[in-house]
Design a protein around this ligand. Structure first.
Ligand code: MN
Ligand code: MN
Length: 459
């Protein structure tokens, strides 16, 4: 094989026993993280806890900043920005890695509770791009908050413990599904039929007795009334645990890899960096799955506010400071990509696809049909990132999402690129993305950690 030819190599064939130990250790920690974190609020809480254990402090409790200081900003309990102040002047630019911590799921509607067919159910409105049929007949747990008009916050997480009840969306028995199975996959289960079964004992012989019984239990357990659902955020997510996958235990199957796998790799990188040259910033965004809109999303000005707070506390703010920093900054948009699925290879263009176990993905652009909506990284920046990865022995693969004109997707990359930063998408490949049980390779998770750490530490 000529030296100047490029061929992807399976990561597992390139690592020694010590590296394998590191890979399996990090995976074990990640599995435990996933089992504690099923929503963006739970992720925020857990990430802040880990940041604080590693000497990051809430920026709002600090009056002035200096090199080496570690800080974080809690954006409405649903997204986080973290930073370590570098030695170098912040106006020479910052190194950013940005992941998101929201995942596709089923949200309860504002008036969710009803009774039908002598059973009690919740109405839902799905969040993010899901294939609806995948969310029926699986155990679901309920996570979130109910806020009373007086501000009291009631936190709910039910369905994760062995003795907790779970919930489920029923589906038609095959015996009576002759008409249903003729429908196109997209229409087989529609949004209004994603109703969750939650109870069956009637309170008495009067009307709506099963519904009233469920509400009575909710009132006794959580102190809530039916109207309180209107000021709640309650999410139904798969109740099963993250698991080692395969006889060789080389993969992890779990709910929420998109994008908690990149978020976790980023968290590990941030907590293992000390005294960086450049100021480093980690983003854990919310609302990516619905287009990055709203005040906890990446398109919110909250990020500018965070950087302005840093500038204020460094006593370096000025009218042009923010745009100066952005123009000179570099970012990896840390979001998952699509790994080749052996069952569905026809959607992949195999010369430009990612394989799980072959390292972190570097995607020059995302978008769809003629690069529409893409943030297309500059060739110079691609070379810059390649150089970091090659020097630090990070295994990477350069790819696209799938075949041209067959679909597409986006990430938060364009939002920071629009501010003037150099940005490229760099994430971990996933199989069965957006399903209740997504698959990644443990090898790639470790490469994600190495990639984000080496990028952030580069001068
Ligand atoms: Mn994502
Ligand atoms: Mn996604």
């Amino acid at each position: 094989m000529e030296k100047f030819m490029y061929e992807k190599k399976c990561g597992w064939l390139t690592c020694d026993e010590k590296q394998k130990d590191n890979i399996f250790d990090l995976s074990q920690e990640y599995i435990s993280f996933l089992n504690q974190v099923k929503t963006e609020r739970e992720a925020t809480k857990k990430i802040i806890c880990e940041l604080e254990q590693n000497n990051f402090r809430n920026i709002n409790n600090i009056s002035s900043l200096k090199a080496g200081d570690k800080i974080y900003f809690n954006n409405h309990d649903k997204s986080i920005f973290a930073a370590i102040i570098g030695d170098e002047d912040i106006k020479s630019g910052i190194n950013v890695v940005g992941a998101h911590i929201d995942s596709p799921r089923l949200d309860l509607k504002p008036n969710p509770l009803y009774e039908d067919g002598k059973l009690a159910l919740f109405k839902t409105h799905y969040y993010g791009g899901i294939k609806k049929y995948q969310w029926t007949t699986i155990p679901l747990s309920l996570h979130g908050v109910v806020i009373k008009p007086n501000g009291e916050k009631i936190e709910i997480a039910i369905g994760e413990e062995e003795n907790d009840p779970v919930f489920t969306i029923t589906d038609l028995l095959p015996h009576l599904a002759i008409e249903q199975v003729k429908k196109p996959l997209k229409e087989g289960i529609n949004g209004e039929s994603l109703n969750v079964l939650i109870g069956s004992i009637p309170k008495d012989e009067d009307k709506n007795a099963v519904k009233r019984k469920v509400m009575e239990i909710l009132n006794q357990t959580y102190g809530i009334e039916e109207i309180d659902f209107g000021s709640s955020e309650l999410e139904l997510v798969p109740a099963f645990k993250a698991r080692h996958l395969g006889f060789d235990r080389s993969m992890i199957a779990a709910y929420g890899h998109d994008d908690r796998v990149c978020a976790y790799a980023l968290l590990k990188a941030l907590t293992n960096i000390n005294k960086p040259q450049k100021t480093v910033v980690g983003i854990f965004a919310d609302k990516e799955e619905i287009g990055s809109v709203g005040n906890t999303s990446m398109q919110s000005d909250a990020f500018d506010y965070f950087i302005n707070l840093i500038l204020d506390k460094l006593n370096q703010n000025s009218i042009s400071a923010l745009s100066t920093i952005y123009y000179h900054s570099r970012m990896l948009s840390a979001d998952v990509g699509a790994g080749v699925d052996p069952n569905y290879q026809s959607v992949s263009e195999l010369h430009n696809s990612s394989f799980i176990g072959y390292g972190i993905e570097l995607q020059k652009y995302t978008g769809s049909s003629g690069k529409s909506g893409a943030s297309d990284a500059n060739a110079e920046f691609m070379a810059y990132v390649r150089n970091i990865f090659e020097k630090n022995h990070v295994t990477y693969q350069m790819s696209e999402l799938g075949k041209v004109d067959i679909g597409g997707g986006g990430t938060i990359a364009f939002i920071l690129a629009n501010k003037g930063m150099q940005v490229v998408d760099c994430g971990i490949p996933v199989i069965s993305m957006h399903s209740p049980f997504e698959v990644i390779s443990k090898y790639d998770l470790y490469q994600g950690y190495l990639a984000y750490k080496s990028f952030l530490e580069t001068k």
